[in-house]
Design a protein around this ligand. Structure first.
Ligand code: NAD
Length: 316
């Protein structure tokens, strides 16, 4: 990997690596941009197959956070932290203290929050060792309900563009991933009268949305390629690649996962096929709007929900 060439082409300001032998911490923080303000982006723990994958992920995710925060109209830049390893084995008070020491080296130019495999409880633990953490239980807390509502607004804008009305009544939505965001998105979609096709690795999560929202479970191989109006990827990124595009039978792709498109060629191919893609970094900004309000000192529910409503217009 030609590291400096790649990061220069994307415009990253800083990438730092930290290791703490005692707690097995191996982490990377990438600050893509502080042009609009201090960088904000969550902390992800993932069992990357190799270090190059982790580096690639943090480079792409931090760039996406710059776009996300700017598109949401926040005075914040973009950054991200990834930790290499198994979250179930790594987590301890000493581990989060080491994470916090690493974050402190940025002296307020990088703020962290929860992301894949980190929780509000984890943010509470880190808060004992750093001021540069948001999404703690005494502040903005769990971002997922805000993200889910923003994704719903983005889906409605895409539906309006494609079908002329933003009603979801009778539309079929295939939701991949029924975690914190996916579950709540299903709840909103059900309330709006949509039919749901769902899949998650965890069968219990499928059973729950089937029982609560009348969803129909489909197989892993069918969730993205079923006949439906909207595919909503809410698990991990890069699921829409050039191999799968010929098999898609939807009109719209709009979900919460970051970096849904594997590469820009996938975007071009979707466009050629007439499938509308609602950019992830616009429609999944609800969580960061809520957490970001803590940093900019403007935490009131009215401001946050207004900005989440704005996601509809920004998507349009
Ligand atoms: P989560 O960990 O709570 O849920 C993810 C779910 O996806 C889990 O239930 C997991 O079993 C399932 N899953 C993983 N791989 C899968 C696959 N290939 N097929 C089907 N299911 C699979 O995460 P979350 O907080 O709900 O976030 C979901 C996505 O949205 C992530 O990509 C995250 O980065 C993104 N996102 C989340 C927020 C937020 O506020 N939580 C904000 C912005 C973006």
């Amino acid at each position: 990997m030609e590291l400096f060439k790649e990061t220069a082409s994307m415009g990253h300001e800083q990438i730092l690596f930290a290791q703490d032998k005692k707690t097995n911490l191996k982490a990377i923080i990438a600050v893509h941009s502080t042009v609009l303000g201090p960088a904000l982006g969550g902390m992800r723990i993932w069992h990357y197959q190799n270090e190059a994958d982790a580096l690639n992920d943090v480079i792409r995710l931090s760039y996406g956070m710059t776009l996300k925060n700017a598109a949401a109209g926040l005075p914040l830049g973009g950054g991200k932290m990834v930790v290499i390893g198994d979250a179930t084995k790594l987590k301890s008070e000493a581990f989060f203290a080491a994470c916090a020491r690493f974050i402190n080296t940025f002296n307020g130019q990088y703020y962290t929050a929860e992301d894949v495999n980190t929780t509000t409880d984890d943010m509470d633990t880190m808060k004992r060792y750093t001021n540069f953490v948001v999404g703690t239980s005494d502040s903005s807390s769990d971002p997922s309900p805000y993200t889910a509502k923003g994704v719903l607004n983005g889906i409605k804008a895409a539906v309006k563009t494609k079908f002329g009305s933003d009603s979801l009544n009778g539309k079929t939505v295939a939701v991949q991933g029924l975690g914190n965001v996916g579950y709540r998105l299903c709840e909103h979609l059900h309330q709006e009268g949509a039919q749901l096709l769902v899949y998650d690795y965890d069968a219990k999560k499928i059973d729950r949305v089937t029982a609560e929202f009348g969803a129909v479970g489909v197989s892993q191989s069918e969730i993205l390629t079923s006949e439906c109006d909207i595919v909503a990827p809410c698990a991990l990124g890069a699921v829409i690649n050039t191999d799968i595009i010929d098999q898609l039978k939807c009109a719209i792709i709009a979900g919460s996962a970051n970096n849904i498109l594997a590469n820009s060629e996938a975007g071009d191919r979707l466009h050629q096929k007439g499938i509308l893609y609602a950019p992830d970094y616009i429609i999944n900004a609800g969580g960061v709007i809520n957490c970001g309000a803590d940093i900019i000192g403007n935490h009131n529910e009215h401001y946050v929900w207004q900005k989440i409503d704005d996601i509809y217009n920004t998507t349009m």
